[in-house]
Design a binder for this molecule. Sequence first.
Ligand code: F6R
Length: 594
Amino acid sequence: MCGIVGYLGKGNAKEVVLNGLYKLEYRGYDSAGMSVFNKKNQRFDMYKDVGRVAHLDSLVQSIDHSPIAIGHTRWATHGKVNQANAHPHFSASERFVVVHNGVIENYRELKARYLNGHHWVSETDTEVIVQLIERFSDELSVEEAVKKTVSLLHGSYALLVLDQDNPERLIAAKHKSPLLIGKSDKGIIIASDLVALAKYSQVYSPLEDESIVVINQAEITLWNRDYVQQELTFQPMDFEDDLTELGEYPHYMLKEIMEQPLVMRKIVDRYFHDDHIVIDEAILEGIRQADRLYVLAAGTSMHAGYIGKRLFENLTEKPLEVHIASEFAYHPPVLSAQPFFILISQSGETADLRACLSHLKKHHYPSLTITNVKTSTLAREATYALELFAGPEIAVASTKAYTAQIAVLAVLAAKVAHRDAGLRESISELAAKMEQYLTQYESVAELVKRVLTKQNAFYIGRGTDYFVSLEAALKLKEISYIQAEGFAAGELKHGTIALIEEGTPVIALNSEPHVALNTRSNLEEVKSRGAMAVTIATEAVAQEGDDIVLPNVDPLLVPIMMVLPTQLIAYYAALERGHDIDKPRNLAKSVTVE
Ligand code: F6R
């Protein structure tokens, strides 16, 4: 979590860093800060406060043109959300300034060993980094002091360092947290994500773990983990910056919900040649040779993995287990003789998954990352990678990345099973029907007003509807703060039904014909105990009185259709409560801490 950005060049550093911070705000928005070189007093000034980047923007309004600055947007891990804990952090003499994304696990030991008796200004783990650099720079060059400092750190870091004694130099180091460097004829920018670089770079390069970079106006010098100087290889910037604009929509979440038909078409475009699916043979062979597939993922991506289980088991008859990444990483189950791992991650940076991947690599297991960010760490470090082509997802609550994950899993499973025929047409038809349903998106607002009147709610369903109900409940929780649970419809009566009282909202998802009547009975059971019952059904199973009826699509793709109204329900529930829909409390989009 947290986003960092630094700039050195002929442009206005304040503007470049602010723009980067706005783009990185999805990574955390507890506080924001910037250190910028002030030409008048020839020093780096510090601006930081609790609140969003817009607030920081107002604090730095009067700053003149400056060639160099660094900035940070925080998701608090160590220490409360307050000004002292906001980044950047000064060293004791204020010579050095540091911003950091990551977690330093041994910061207490480092304090005790090297900085005993030091007066600490913040409660952060980061402050130890800047104090160590200052301490070691008494005897070493600044580059050597940074190198010595990072060699002592356990955990993850992407950090930027400024030095008052050499204000034309920016030093960066990274391990486990992402950091990319971009270049144009105007200057050099370094940041946690490509989105922050795009506007100011013609070329870019993702940095490898344990690299240290020294940036001067004239050149960039890169060292690897052994402190051997390396060539930086740049690739052309191919990120379309305008895709991150909000346009006519009031919120990114609504924009991204509405973009889903387009994403389906893009997936068809990228994965099909005529009617045939095109996927690297090595991936297909890897999966075909495996005796069991394992999906590792977290949150929404894990919910897509459950749908993937159904898709793979139906199409390929290969068993697929879904595991919570944070559990698998430290408690791996007994595995089959020839496992193949599929890591699903919208961001491609999730720390829980990175921990899984290092376990997989240690055992030389084959792995495939399915991600929306092709430059991400998980995409680069897994054996194989497949892209979602969902376009940048800015709202913290994932919508289009989730449906893209399901579509790509369907494409992959169909190709492994040599069952490409007809899928192109099915996805295209799905896109058209999603579009048709989404024209009535505003009607969901009425339903939400009528139904979601309590501080708790249930989604129920059977089969893939149960898996979708998990995602529906998560979406509702994270942006409306309603306590919601997704439940297998038949399981409610085994205990949880005790929570049903007058007016408790219970929303049934009903799309599978062979269990449709069972789900209806389960809804009746809660209705007779006072629940406010709602049915979302496909035309195939719909009955008079159902609240939302969705068009029929290829049964493989039904979950993509079923989730749409639940995304809108979450959206309107949050809107009605006046919440910050795109930036819900306590969350961040890219979860880079374990
Ligand atoms: C919820 C959401 C999260 C993520 C989870 C994993 O809307 O987006 O539950 O799915 O944090 O993140 P990724 O997919 O980036 O690995």
